[in-house]
Write a protein that binds this ligand. Structure first.
Ligand code: ZN
Length: 121
């Protein structure tokens, strides 16, 4: 048994495992909801710090933006703007990216711009 402080309400409780973080299921889901809400509010994903460091050999890739719960015309327009930026990146990558990636990058760029163009976006 472990004496722990709840990560949500701050109460001290007795945990069965050392990895336990919450005093009850209500606190677990409330904290999860808050983190999700904050991620939407601030536009970034709040990551949990892993217990042991994870070493990876691939370059760090940014996590995609969390998908908002309500999708409006404005958020679609925002997505289109982001997509245009991505298409420009893939176009540049098709010209001067790693040689074996150029074909796929060109195809992604042309595909995205083609779809946006068809809908006048
Ligand atoms: Zn609690």
């Amino acid at each position: 048994m472990y004496e722990k402080k709840c990560a949500c309400c701050g109460r001290t409780y007795t945990a069965k495992t050392s990895r336990s973080k919450y005093c009850c299921n209500a606190c677990r889901s409330l904290d999860h909801y808050r983190k999700k809400r904050d991620a939407e509010k601030y536009g970034r994903h709040i990551k949990r710090v892993p217990q042991t460091p994870i070493y990876i050999s691939v370059p760090k890739v940014e996590e995609p933006m969390p998908i908002p719960t309500s999708i409006t015309k404005e958020s679609v327009a925002h997505g289109v703007t982001a997509l245009r930026g991505d298409a420009a990146f893939f176009d540049a990558a098709a010209q001067r990216g790693p040689v074996d990636y150029r074909d796929v990058c060109g195809e992604i760029s042309r595909g995205v711009l083609n779809v946006l163009g068809r809908y006048g976006l």
